[in-house]
Ligand binder design. Structure first.
Ligand code: PXG
Length: 290
């Protein structure tokens, strides 16, 4: 049986899973999404992802017709139908079908889509040797215009930054706020380690409040480290003892240089490795079972 995709309460073969060209998710990027992972039949931080999805939807005045409980059931049922032990789950809610005009009132019902697929891990070598990243000129969206805490279907800001990284031979870009403070990467949050403290930019600067970020902060506290949300500059990254990124797709990945400036000793740091190890343990035991 080919992979089944949930659309508005029905299941479709992957090839048949289609939405209308009049859906405002396509026409205007008008919608929200979540990227979630399941490890060994445990969905990691599912409730937090669902809460963030509904908060993003509320932020754009998008009404989701089903309850959070039913949304969780839709995710779990889709995983079960596809018999996936480890999975990447893409949950999408679009404004729905309307006409050729911005007016969201023309869209009667939001479309709910659940795609579950195999996860594509970064090569293990990256976690052993660390990643090099580059800072890019495109600033992160200003929160007053489009708050990055809304995980919207409009990801062009991040894609532009990603293109700048790729054009320069890098896989990941570090973005700054319009005022020049460290914000986040295109699909990950950033941390530095300095003098046994782990520090990450505060969400009010205009970044996504990552669920992996929260997990890394919890782990840091459990390890007895000082955990801080603080404004960071390029200089703080250059002079950090260690650096790492957090995100559902990347999990926790060490950063060892930034535009070829070596961070620390150029190897994944001791504290980063400890946090990575604890994170892997957490994903094996913490989650909604199916
Ligand atoms: N910042 C941004 C801009 C993101 O998009 C994160 C930080 C990390 O957040 P979480 O909650 O995942 O720790 C994200 C997450 C994808 C993909 O398909 C993107 C994300 C997550 C999963 C998949 O590119 N972005």
């Amino acid at each position: 049986m080919s992979r089944q995709v949930y659309i508005n309460g029905e299941y479709f073969d992957k090839q048949e899973a289609k939405i209308s060209v009049f859906d405002h998710g396509l026409l205007y990027g008008d919608g929200v999404f979540e990227g979630i992972r399941a490890y060994n039949r445990l969905v990691f931080r599912l409730v937090q992802h669902i809460d963030r999805l509904y908060e993003s939807a509320h932020g754009i005045m998008l009404k989701i017709a089903i309850s959070k409980k039913d949304m969780i059931k839709a995710v779990i049922d889709t995983l079960k139908i596809n018999n996936l032990d480890d999975a990447y789950i893409r949950l999408i809610v679009t404004r729905g079908i309307g006409d050729l005009g911005l007016d969201p009132r023309k869209c009667k019902d939001a479309s709910i889509i659940v795609i579950t697929d195999k996860i594509q891990l970064y090569p293990e070598k990256l976690y052993k040797d660390g990643l090099g990243i580059i800072t890019v000129p495109t600033p992160r969206n200003i929160p007053e215009a489009l708050n990055p805490q809304i995980k919207s279907l409009n990801y062009l800001n991040n894609i532009l930054a990603k293109i700048e990284a790729i054009n320069n031979g890098y896989e990941e870009a570090l973005m700054f706020t319009a005022s020049g403070y460290v914000a986040e990467c295109t699909g990950d949050n950033i941390f530095i380690v300095k003098d046994n403290a782990i520090i990450t930019p505060p969400a009010y600067l205009g970044i996504l409040k990552g669920i992996t970020r929260a997990a890394a902060m919890d782990i840091g506290k459990k390890l007895g480290l000082e955990v801080k949300e603080d404004v960071l500059t390029r200089h703080n990254i250059f002079t950090a003892d260690e650096c790492f990124l957090t995100g559902t797709a990347a999990e926790i990945v060490p950063v060892v240089n930034i535009e070829k400036r070596i961070i620390g000793d150029g190897r994944p740091g001791k504290i980063t490795l400890k946090i990575m190890k604890e994170f892997r343990k957490l994903t094996k035991k913490d989650g909604v079972k199916y």
